[in-house]
Design a binder for this molecule. Structure first.
Ligand SMILES: Cc1cc2nc3c(=O)[nH]c(=O)nc-3n(C[C@H](O)[C@H](O)[C@H](O)COP(=O)(O)O)c2cc1C
Ligand code: SF4
Length: 489
């Protein structure tokens, strides 16, 4: 046999062994889904920083999440070293840059065994005096992402991760599925399609809702008015994506296209919405909240007035920033509709604080907040907890390929393609998610301790400054017109 033929056979044998190894290992979804060629991704990832540093972009340029931001999620999910040498490579004089004023005498750090324990400081459900009011064990929770936009194994990984990290898991508007029942406590979300809680004509059914949560650990209900990436828009789930499992979770027919309208059929003004919330709260005994991006200002003042006058209304309010994510949305909506998180949240917080409601109503936020600095700013501005959606996806393997909308997600996170989803091992990824959440909470605690506060909710908004120009730093209290009397003590 000629030497070159032997060489070719050796190479082929080597590639076959690599392919078998790749398909059978469970750690890397990309290698399971793309045996042999998947290694290129790791090679590029390895030499990418050097290549990009000189040729393409720097560490803070890529969007929606920069390489530094993704590096925080990946490194913490894998429990890798999070220390970097030689000082910052950021431009500290860039407008929008966040700076924290540390205390001369920091708050002592918690003991090691408690260094990632970050319960919320308010009781969810206290406002409406709900039978099952509770204090969430984690101020970080998984923001709404439905089974349908995410794969079954991805939902399972998040739910298992939620159980490991004592984190609440929001179902998203697609209802409760079998993938949601792996130990993690749930927030049931009701969107305009009322999936999992609807009659055949698409109207809301409280009986169907009660059936769907009968054997599921649902701890709260969130009524979605809108989300930051596509406010004022409904949604369509094409029939080809309505698999038997998705149809069962949503209470719709297999293979038939389902639409969710842009608005709710059960209410069309503030008093009707308050009644709807009251009915669900009374029937379930659970805390009930609303989720919305911030558009017209008058709505928030009308809601706060109605709540102050009646003592009824949502126990919690989730403000989603216009920079929020989605499975799919038209660009004009993602790019231009709804206020970014900080502006939107400040308006809502102000409307409630002016009426003294901010101490009893829980205020949550989402919109690229799953990173220590952004989370810290949100909590100093009065958020009681922060939701993480895309950061949670990154923790379980998403590589920001941005193919979530076309069913070709290479990591199996946002697809229903069975070959691609088989690569995602829910048990392994659940640990990564739990590691990421623990690191995020740990960093938030360390930042607040450095600013002299025990808990992020107690950080003084005067100590968080945002650069406006090279010569001007403005504290968030002043930037967003917060009154000193609103400060939590
Ligand atoms: C794949 C995907 C699906 C989502 N599905 C929902 C949903 O069903 N309901 C909802 O209110 N928000 C949904 N969102 C928005 C998130 O819950 C969250 O509010 C938003 O992405 C901001 O958080 P992030 O910046 O951490 O991603 C979805 C986001 C993504 C990325
Ligand atoms: S398609 Fe890309 S961005 Fe979307 S989940 Fe998959 S890896 Fe992440």
């Amino acid at each position: 046999m000629p030497w070159w033929l032997i060489l070719i056979l050796v190479v082929i044998a080597f590639l076959v062994i690599v392919a078998i190894h790749d398909v059978t290992q469970r750690k890397h979804a990309i290698l399971r889904n793309f045996p042999v060629i998947g290694h290129l991704r790791y090679l590029i990832e390895k030499i990418g920083p050097e290549l990009r540093q000189y040729v393409v972009a720097d560490n803070d340029e890529e969007l929606p999440f920069s390489r530094d931001q993704r590096r925080f999620v990946y490194a913490s999910a894998k429990q890798q070293n999070a220390y970097f040498g030689f000082g910052t490579d950021n431009q500290l004089d860039t407008p929008g840059y966040v700076l924290f004023r540390h205390a001369a005498f920091p708050h002592p750090s918690p003991p090691k065994e408690l260094d990632s324990a970050l319960p919320m400081r308010k009781v969810l459900g206290e406002w409406g005096n709900r039978e099952h009011a509770f204090t969430p064990a984690s101020a970080v929770y998984i923001s709404a992402m439905s089974f349908g936009s995410l794969s079954g194994p991805a939902i399972e990984a998040l739910n298992r991760g939620a159980a490991l990290s004592d984190t609440l898991h929001n179902t998203g508007e697609g209802g409760v599925s079998a993938h949601h029942k792996h130990g993690g406590d749930l927030i049931l979300q009701l969107g305009t399609g009322y999936f999992g809680a609807r009659n055949v004509d698409g109207t809301f059914s409280i009986d169907k809702m009660m059936d769907s949560i009968d054997d599921a650990p649902v701890k709260a209900v969130e009524i979605k008015l809108s989300q930051g990436a596509k406010p004022g828009l409904g949604g369509v789930l094409p029939g080809r994506k309505v698999t038997p499992a998705i149809a069962e979770a949503r209470g719709v027919e297999v293979g038939v296209t389902v639409t969710s309208p842009s608005g709710h059929k059960s209410f069309s003004n503030v008093p009707e919405m308050v009644l709807f919330i009251d009915n669900i709260g009374k029937t379930t005994g659970l805390p009930v909240g609303i989720k919305s991006a911030v558009g017209e200002k008058a709505f928030w003042h009308e809601l706060a007035d109605a709540m102050a006058a009646t003592g009824k209304g949502p126990d919690f309010i989730t403000v989603d920033g216009g920079e929020g994510g989605t499975g799919a949305a038209p660009l004009p909506f993602s790019d231009h509709v709804a206020l970014p998180f900080q502006h939107g949240f400040a308006e809502v917080f102000g409307a409630f604080a002016e009426r003294g409601l901010h101490e009893r109503v829980v205020l949550l936020g989402a919109g690229k907040l799953g990173l220590p600095t952004e989370a810290m700013v949100a909590m100093a501005m009065g958020a009681d907890g922060i939701g993480v959606a895309r950061e949670a996806m990154l923790a379980i393997g998403c590589v920001q390929a941005q193919k979530c909308h076309d069913d070709h997600c290479p990591t199996g996170v946002a697809t229903q393609n069975r070959w691609l989803t088989r690569g995602l091992d829910p048990t392994d990824k659940s640990v990564r998610f739990a590691n990421y959440v623990a690191s995020l909470r740990h960093e938030m605690i360390r930042l607040s301790n450095a600013m002299g506060a025990e808990h992020p909710s107690l950080v003084n908004p005067d100590l968080v400054e945002i650069r406006q120009s090279t010569s001007e730093l403005v504290p968030v209290r002043e930037l967003y017109g917060y009154d000193r009397s609103w400060q939590t003590s």
